[in-house]
Design a protein around this ligand. Structure first.
Ligand code: KIV
Ligand code: ZN
Length: 520
């Protein structure tokens, strides 16, 4: 390709990414992330699947009403109820997009949908036409396109474009494709679909074989103008194409692809950390671009080369992806303005009231530990989104325990104006005892299937971060808590998970990859 192209970045962290087990986010977290995606300058934010649950609907509606600067998209299956509900959530967006999907591969047609090819075309056309009555930006996805017969895929894509689709997204739903194969799928559409120039071709690759980024690049090389991806590559199973990797691959290898994106690459690391903190899904150390080791050179021969000329071993500069050279250290004498600046640089948008509350917590923390690092500030900011005012919070706890004796815990929880106290002698240690007391007060019992403690910064006085994963009614919920006291951090994490269970009470519909009628 000789002409320079701008590839659109369609971020689906809030929809496909949120489908990672335990990665569900509350409304405040979703809004925070949507704003961060906007600062990152993604072109399209897929904010959710409005018919999936009242919570999904509310999140898409809020994001559509408040976020400006990116197209806001909502997902719908190919049926009237889904499409109408998606529009209801999206209608206040300044630039809305409805994204409709319908499976097309033989295996999905025969076993999942029980529909023949003609019925698929009829439904796809009907769905796109219905959506096109609401807005003029319509995306159509033939689900499992990578395993769909090429003649039929061309037929469906042509019919969807004729019906009004302005973007045709080609998903490798099960991560089955390989680069040469997937590039061929896109080339085939480009060469054989007569009206293909009336729509943008998009690629949406899953990472089951670890090839999502490579397949997306092959799609771009063969004419795709949009990539669907998620921050840190999160998503179902092995996840989706990672946004930071595809963006930096295009930027670093502009010489080859002659294509770039609008992404503000210095926001990549802060946005990656935000997603990791919000979802509790940790980024592996050696993850490309945003992992802790991505720019760390250990080998002596590399260090020697780096000192002489960084480009000997470095193909990207750490500062270009937003990796700060040093953690700016703050202390008890730092003022509100410095804190506000730092929070902003880390990607947080605090209201005046939230900043005040973070500042108060900052002062308390600064009395407990000498040096406050970015990780500490991020943790304080995130406390603002963790539990709503109408949810359980810890007022105080007291534990008496020691070797060979059962712990006795007194726990006070508050929720709005209500305070509940429980004293129990139970459990096999202080953490177990406090979890049992939380279950007793809230009346919600769960199975704890993961419990991780780590220090969020350096030093013996570092804050402990606890992440828990619990199961309730076959659904996985996670919780995160931070404190200089690791028992309190554990209690906060557990209570955060319990609050999430409570918010989703009433049942959450998970129809993401099903075309069955909505169970509403
Ligand atoms: O993987 C997939 O097929 C999807 C579609 C809804 C685009 O996520
Ligand atoms: Zn997907």
């Amino acid at each position: 390709m000789s002409d320079s192209r701008t590839i659109k970045i369609f971020d689906t962290t809030l929809r496909d990414g949120e489908q990672s087990p335990g990665a569900s986010m509350n409304l405040a977290e979703k809004l925070e992330l949507a704003q961060a995606l906007c600062d990152l300058k993604v072109d399209i934010i897929e904010a959710g699947f409005p018919i999936a649950s009242p919570g999904d609907f509310e999140a898409v509606r809020e994001i559509a009403s408040t976020i400006r600067g990116a197209t806001i998209c909502g997902l719908a299956r190919c049926n009237d109820a889904d499409i109408d509900r998606a529009w209801e959530a999206l209608k206040h967006a300044s630039t809305p997009r409805i994204h409709i999907f319908l499976a097309t591969s033989a295996i999905h047609r025969e076993f999942k949908l029980k529909m023949d090819k003609q019925e698929i075309i009829r439904r796809a056309v009907g769905g796109v036409q219905r959506a096109a009555k609401y807005c003029d930006d319509i995306e159509f996805s033939p689900e499992d396109a990578a395993r769909t017969e090429s003649d039929f895929l061309c037929e469906v894509v042509e019919a969807a474009i004729a019906a009004g689709a302005t973007t045709v997204n080609i998903p490798d739903t099960v991560g089955y494709a390989t680069p040469a194969h997937f590039g061929g799928v896109i080339r085939n559409l480009k060469n054989r679909v007569p009206n293909i120039d009336r729509a943008v071709i998009s690629v949406h690759c899953h990472n089951d074989l670890g090839l999502a980024v490579a397949n997306s690049l092959a799609g771009i090389e063969n004419g795709a103008g949009q990539v669907e991806c998620t921050i840190n590559g999160i998503g179902e199973r092995a996840g989706n194409c990672s946004l930071e990797e595809i963006v930096m691959a295009l930027r670093t290898r502009y010489d080859y692809y002659q294509a770039d994106t609008r992404i503000e690459s210095r926001r990549l690391v802060p946005t990656s950390r935000l997603v990791s903190n919000i979802t509790g899904l940790q980024v592996q150390r050696n993850k490309a671009i945003v992992g802790k080791n991505a720019f760390a050179h250990e080998a002596g021969i590399h260090q020697d080369g780096m000192l002489k000329e960084p480009r000997t071993y470095e193909i990207m500069r750490p500062e270009d992806v937003g990796l700060a050279k040093t953690d700016l250290v703050m202390g008890k004498h730092s003022g509100r303005a410095a804190l506000a600046d730092r929070a902003k640089a880390l990607g947080y948008h605090l209201t005046g009231e939230q900043l005040q509350s973070v500042f108060e917590q900052f002062k308390i923390l600064a009395d407990k530990k000498k040096e406050i690092y970015d990780g500490d500030i991020a943790a304080l900011c995130e406390q603002q989104y963790l539990n709503g005012a109408d949810q359980w919070n810890i007022e105080s706890y007291h534990i008496q325990c020691g070797s060979g004796e059962k712990p006795t815990v007194t726990l006070v929880l508050e929720r709005g104006q209500t305070r509940s106290t429980e004293t129990m002698t139970c459990g096999d240690g202080p953490v177990d005892a406090i979890f049992l007391a939380i279950e007793k007060i809230t009346g919600i019992t769960v199975v704890c299937r993961d419990f991780r403690v780590q220090a969020i910064t350096v030093g013996k006085d570092a804050q402990a971060e606890v992440n828990v994963e619990v199961v309730h009614d076959d659904h996985v919920y996670r919780g995160r808590g931070v404190s200089t006291d690791s028992v309190e951090a554990s209690a906060r994490a557990f209570l955060n998970a319990i609050n999430r269970v409570e918010v989703s009470a009433g049942g959450r519909l998970h129809p993401q990859h099903s075309d069955a009628p909505p169970a509403l």
